[in-house]
Design a binder for this molecule. Structure first.
Ligand code: SF4
Length: 295
């Protein structure tokens, strides 16, 4: 209970100092599931990041899972890319060149879609840890993206910042982008469990509830949604999980999502979830980008 958003608010209201609730602030995986459930709509994720930032100002050392602040990508020398769709692949997708080619093909081939050299993963990690990001770094990151009509962004934590930094571009997740293709959608069926990436979904919840509801009706697939249409996360894309997937509680979460369900295949939007589900079940687990190859 002490690790919930509500408990943190109550503790602060009751006079606790930010250091007193450090363990609770650090435990948040920024999945965003609490945001749509909040009746006040107070932007809980942003508040958690702010508390983490305040905590960082007063403590001597950081938790072991904090990122080292360094540029993790070379950047794209500031020239805007000239495609209408740009894919910001993120760490896991980026390391799978075959999957990248297949995703770009579904997005329209290389005349229409391009892969961003710089996917801003260092920015996402710094935001998650409540660490500063310089304006120069942000400018350098968004300049190559500035002409794109659609940004397909794997890292859910970057969705809201990108919507603010590039208001003329549409920012969507890899799952939504790939499922916009009828040939991908038609490969989903009632024996599939489709696992929505929680960070991007909750960043644009009101719009995406309708999108996934239509998908469920059209394909009959099951999803990791509760009765309020909140996505149950595994937490696999969090910094804590990158350090230790088990200690971050991801395996338990995945087992809970599967509890009482009988499915023949699991389709994940986030490649980090593929590893988690593969560790808790023998059911085949694939990425949404593999759907057209798997049928
Ligand atoms: S963002 Fe996720 S982990 Fe953090 S308080 Fe909300 S529900 Fe809990």
């Amino acid at each position: 209970m002490s690790h919930t958003r509500k408990a943190r608010a109550r503790a602060i209201q009751g006079g606790a100092a930010i250091e007193d609730i450090a363990a609770s602030i650090d435990s948040c995986l920024l999945c965003g599931s609490c945001e749509p459930a909040c009746p006040e709509g107070i932007g809980i994720k942003a508040m958690n990041i702010k508390q983490r930032r305040m905590l960082n100002m007063s403590r001597a050392g950081y938790p072991s899972w904090y990122p080292k602040i360094e540029r993790t990508t070379a950047g794209a020398n500031g020239r805007p890319l000239s495609r209408t769709i740009i894919l910001l692949a993120g760490e896991h997708l980026r390391s799978d060149s075959e999957m990248i080619s297949s995703v770009l093909e579904i997005l329209g081939g290389n005349k229409k879609a391009a892969l961003a050299e710089d996917d801003g993963r260092d920015i996402a990690a710094a935001l998650e840890a409540g660490l500063p990001v310089t304006q120069d770094r942000i400018d350098n990151f968004i300049k190559p993206l500035s002409r794109a009509r659609t940004l397909v962004v794997s890292e859910g934590l970057l969705h809201r910042p990108l919507m603010k930094w590039l208001p003329d571009s549409k920012v969507i997740g890899a799952g939504e982008a790939l499922l916009s293709s009828a040939s991908v959608r038609k490969t989903l069926g009632s024996e599939d469990l489709y696992v929505i990436e929680s960070r991007s979904y909750h960043s644009d919840y009101k719009r995406l509830v309708g999108f996934y509801d239509r998908l469920r009706k059209e394909t009959g697939c099951r999803m990791n949604l509760d009765l309020q249409r909140i996505a149950i996360p595994t937490g696999a894309s969090s910094l804590q999980a990158k350090e230790d997937i088990e200690a971050a509680g991801c395996l338990e979460q995945a087992a809970w999502i599967l509890k009482g369900r009988s499915v023949r295949r699991i389709v994940v939007e986030d490649l980090a979830d593929r590893e988690v589900f593969r560790r808790v079940t023998d059911v085949p687990v694939i990425h949404v980008g593999q759907l057209s190859q798997d049928n």
